[in-house]
Design a binder for this molecule. Sequence first.
Ligand SMILES: C[S@@+](CC[C@H](N)C(=O)[O-])C[C@H]1O[C@@H](n2cnc3c(N)ncnc32)[C@H](O)[C@@H]1O
Length: 301
Amino acid sequence: MFSYRHAFHAGNHADVLKHATLVAVLQHLTQKEGALSVVDTHAGAGLYRLDTGEAATSGEALEGIQKLLNHLNSDGTVTGTLPELLKNYLVMLAGFNQRNGGGKGIKLYPGSPLIAGHLLRQQDRVMAFEVHPTDHRALRTTLAQATSDAKLQMDRRNGFEGVIPLLPPVSRRGLVICDPSYELKTDYADVVKLMGESLTRFATGSVLIWYPIVGRSEAHDLPRKLKNAADKAGKDWLHATLQVRAGSSGQGPGGGLGASGVFVLNPPYTLKPQLEEALPVLVKLLGQDKHAAQKLESKIR
Ligand SMILES: C[S@@+](CC[C@H](N)C(=O)[O-])C[C@H]1O[C@@H](n2cnc3c(N)ncnc32)[C@H](O)[C@@H]1O
């Protein structure tokens, strides 16, 4: 049985990196009229409260999204000179709260399936997989109540398996979001396998993978394996990491995770310059000690 519950980590620095990147990818993909299919292999509960419950108890959001919210005005505009990627992420959050009855301020934090649901259009669809019984039930309610123009569906199957028959999507335009909890050692190998399947079945599709930077060989090897697979297939990729403090043991305040990375296969051409501008600002805003750092590498042909 899985014990990971994303509710305790919602809005932390890892979510900021992952979700700001997700917003940028989706905003680019929705510029074209053609229908878009998003598959979220590890969806979580979908919606979290920042003011009460697990996210408030853990305090992780205080070291993540809350540090950015100082830049958001009550009318949903962003103050100062934040980079475009972060501005768009905050404007998405404000728009989501307004649309879903969040009340004054930013109290609701959407997870990946609802971020997609918020940004997608009538012609688009989201398929979300979640196996945890509690989060699966929460996700069902959340998706049913969400205000979205797109079609939102879910399944309690293993997302690594459920995604396969959905590739390629009928629309031939799509994004796979793969964000496991990495509770199982096998998750790392399954992520590499999923990317291989995506390259074989849907070579032009985009895949966004998040991973924790922790002291285990599987985590260390993952980006290298993903880059090799993309290179072998002759496809573009981008890899960004954000470290907010030393130590990635999984222990200590805020869950102890000090760093994480996102890997994007077939990234939009706009993503690299956006991250180039945003990552140093994230280090400044979210960095907790002198080890705070970022890295961006890519192969764009
Ligand atoms: C990191 S959380 C997902 C967070 C979500 N993607 C977001 O950004 O808001 C990972 C989730 O995957 C679920 N999970 C673990 N293994 C799974 C599997 N094989 N298939 C589907 N869901 C799984 C866990 O229960 C957990 O809720």
